[in-house]
Ligand binder design. Structure first.
Ligand code: C2E
Ligand code: CA
Ligand code: CA
Ligand code: CA
Length: 277
C-alpha cells in the first residue's frame, strides 16, 4: 500500500521509519534501565501557606543516564503505552517507601505524595502489591498520599470506587492531581472519597492575567474546604500568586517559589527543620 500511495506518502516514509526506530530504541533502553534500577526520585516540598513549613513532599521520578537525568515527560508516556510503567511504578513505590521509612527513623512525620499512572491504578494486583510493599518497608499508610487524576476515575467509575475504597480502608490518603485541566468534574470530588485536591499549575498561572480564573480559584478553594478536602496549589512561582492563594485560604502550596524537586538529603534537611519547629 505504501508504494501505491504516490510520491507524497513516500516522502514521509523515512521520517516515520526514523520515529519508529527511535521509539524502539527508547523502549529497549527503558527495559535495560528497569533491570539496572536506573531511576531516582526527587522530592519537591509542599508547604503550609500559613507557616511556610514543608511537612509534605511529592516524589518525582527521573531516569539516570550516562549523559544526564531524563525528566518523566520524556519516558512516562512511552512507558504507559508499552506497559513498562508497571515495573517502573513498583521501583518508584519501593524508593518512596524506603525514603519514608528513613524519615520516620529520623523522627520526622513527613507525608509523601506518589504519582500513580492509569495503568497502575487499573492493574488488578495494584492494591495488594502496594499494601505488601508498604508493609515490607514498615511504612505507615497515613503518611502516603496517592496522586491520581479525575480521568482515571471517570474511565471506570464503578471499578474506581472499589479500588479507592480498598486504599482508604487500608489507611492511604488520596489526592486528585491536575484539577482544572481538561474535563474537570466537580461531581467526582463530591462523590468519591478523596482527601486532597491539587489545583493544576495552568490555573495558578492564569491568576496573573485572568479575572475569571481568580474567581474560579477562590470559589474552588472555598467549596473544597466546605467538602472537607485539603487544597494544594501547584506551580506557584510568584509572590503575587502566593499572596492571592493565601488570602483565598488555600492550605498548601507547591512550586518553584518554595523549592524545586530536591535530592533526598536536601529534602531530609528541610523536613528536619520542619520537625523541630
Ligand atoms: P505532576 O504530577 O503534575 O508534577 C508536577 C510537575 O510540575 C513536576 O514536573 C514539577 O517539577 C513541576 N513543577 C513544580 N513546581 C513548578 C513550578 O513552580 N512551575 C512549573 N512550571 N513547574 C513546576 P516533573 O518532575 O517533570 O514531572 C512531570 C510529570 O511526570 C508529573 O506531573 C507526573 O504526571 C509525571 N511523573 C513524575 N513522577 C512520576 C512517577 O513516579 N510516576 C508516574 N506515573 N508519573 C510521574
Ligand atoms: Ca503529581
Ligand atoms: Ca499535578
Ligand atoms: Ca500530571
Amino acid at each position: 500500500a505504501k508504494s501505491e500511495g504516490g510520491g507524497r506518502v513516500r516522502f514521509f516514509e523515512p521520517a516515520i521509519a526514523e520515529e519508529a526506530k527511535a521509539r524502539l530504541e527508547l523502549k529497549n533502553n527503558l527495559k535495560r534501565a528497569i533491570e539496572e534500577k536506573a531511576f531516582v526520585l526527587r522530592y519537591q516540598p509542599i508547604v503550609s501557606m500559613a507557616t511556610g513549613v514543608a511537612e509534605h513532599f511529592e516524589a518525582l521520578v527521573r531516569w539516570m543516564r550516562p549523559d544526564g537525568m531524563v525528566p518523566p515527560d520524556r519516558f512516562i508516556p512511552l512507558a504507559e503505552e508499552t506497559g513498562l510503567i508497571i515495573p517502573i511504578g513498583r521501583l518508584v513505590l519501593d524508593m518512596a517507601f524506603a525514603r519514608l521509612r528513613r524519615w520516620r527513623e529520623e523522627g520526622s512525620s513527613i507525608r509523601l505524595a506518589i504519582n500513580i499512572s492509569r495503568n497502575q491504578f487499573q492493574d488488578e494486583d495494584f492494591v495488594e502489591d502496594l499494601i505488601n510493599r508498604a508493609r515490607a518497608a514498615e511504612v505507615d499508610p497515613a503518611t502516603v498520599v496517592l496522586e491520581i487524576t479525575e480521568s482515571m476515575i471517570i474511565a471506570d467509575p464503578q471499578a474506581a470506587k472499589v479500588i479507592l475504597g480498598r486504599l482508604i480502608v487500608s489507611g492511604f490518603r488520596i489526592a486528585v492531581d491536575d484539577f482544572g485541566v481538561g474535563y474537570s468534574s466537580l461531581s467526582v470530588l463530591v462523590e468519591y472519597p478523596v482527601h486532597i485536591v491539587k489545583l493544576d499549575k495552568s490555573l495558578i498561572k492564569s491568576l496573573e492575567y485572568d479575572v475569571r480564573a481568580r474567581s474560579m480559584v477562590s470559589g474552588f478553594i472555598a467549596l473544597f474546604q466546605r467538602l472537607g478536602l485539603e487544597v494544594v496549589a501547584e506551580g506557584v512561582e510568584t509572590a503575587s500568586q502566593h499572596e492571592f492563594l493565601s488570602l483565598a485560604g488555600c492550605d498548601l502550596a507547591q512550586g518553584w517559589l518554595y523549592g524545586k524537586p530536591l535530592p533526598p538529603e536536601a529534602a531530609s534537611a528541610l523536613g528536619r527543620a520542619a520537625a523541630v519547629r
